[in-house]
Design a protein around this ligand. Sequence first.
Ligand SMILES: [Mg+2]
Length: 386
Amino acid sequence: MSRQEKVTISVIKADIGSLAGHHKVHPDTILAASRVLADAKKKGTIKSFYITHAGDDLQLIMTHYKGVDNPEIHELAWKAFQEATKVAKELGLYAAGQDLLSDAFSGNIRGMGPGVAEMEFVERPSEPVVIFMADKTEPGAFNLPLFKIFADPFNTAGLVIDPRMHDGYIYEILDVYEGMVVEMKAPEEMYDILALIGTPARYIIKRIYRKSDREIAAVVSSERLSLIAGRYVGKDDPVMIVRAQSGFPAVGEILEAFSFPHLVAGWMRGSHHGPLMPVGLRDSKVTRFDGPPRVIGLGFQIKNGELIGPADLFDDPAFDETRRLAQVITDYMRRHGPFMPHRLGPEEMEYTTLPQVLEKLKTRFKPFELGYKPVVKAEGSEEVHD
Ligand SMILES: [Mg+2]
């Protein structure tokens, strides 16, 4: 199969500044980015594009025939973000240029701040894809729904009744602290998969392949801003592409995984747990305590490399009860105020401004006789109790 016959979808996003704090993207910045991509489409660099926003994140959805990690495509996205940033600065938008961690483009946009999810495949006669874009959370937020979509028969009926899905899927899981990757098979290694992905700050599902033929099924942006910059910049609001139907889960099976508003890390100052609330485009903005964390889902058909659509998939009363539950959970979590588990644990807070406050208190502590010698377990120690 020649490379030309494979179409690539690239979803590249960045927070380049937003209207009224971290609420939503300003339409003029969308226009600025659109001009750059329209020009690239005219020149034939990309086949088609769609620009939208998830809360304060500008989302570039592009199709082309250049493959993943293509320098020309990444540079194009970088340029679009730069042009949008110029407008954001003119308008005095909040945190203008926030996610652009570097001044100059150096060949690959990964590691420069923006989030990237890309996949390449030979187009089927009908090629439905769903693109999820979340705000006020992190890439590991997709771990739970991705487990349900591709490994849980109580979510996805096709795992049981569709012979093309019955063999299961391969999960590619990243350890973003160590820069390591592991492949695991579902259903055979389900418990081992869960042992990892239940720690979503560290282990992130990067890709999923169909086991029978290794066709790409899903890909997630895995960039963690704080790990790139070594400090809190903004949350690493993630994006994800999932292929649907004909040997992949149905669109409805994919959406079903979002009917439970599970707790994710992010929300106010990237420092709190809250429910992930699925919303339509009109509600793609954050308000209460800069949240609650939200996800939008856009359905497209890809035909001859063109993006057909989108369908605004969560704009539906079928998700009203999910949203209502998310509001109840929002109330419940908020009442914890500055206490864990609403506020994130100390490892995650390392990347926020909390250590500066704690540092100031250090000199106030005096020795105290506990009556025992505390054994604080070092990382990697072997002792196990249950
Ligand atoms: Mg954001």
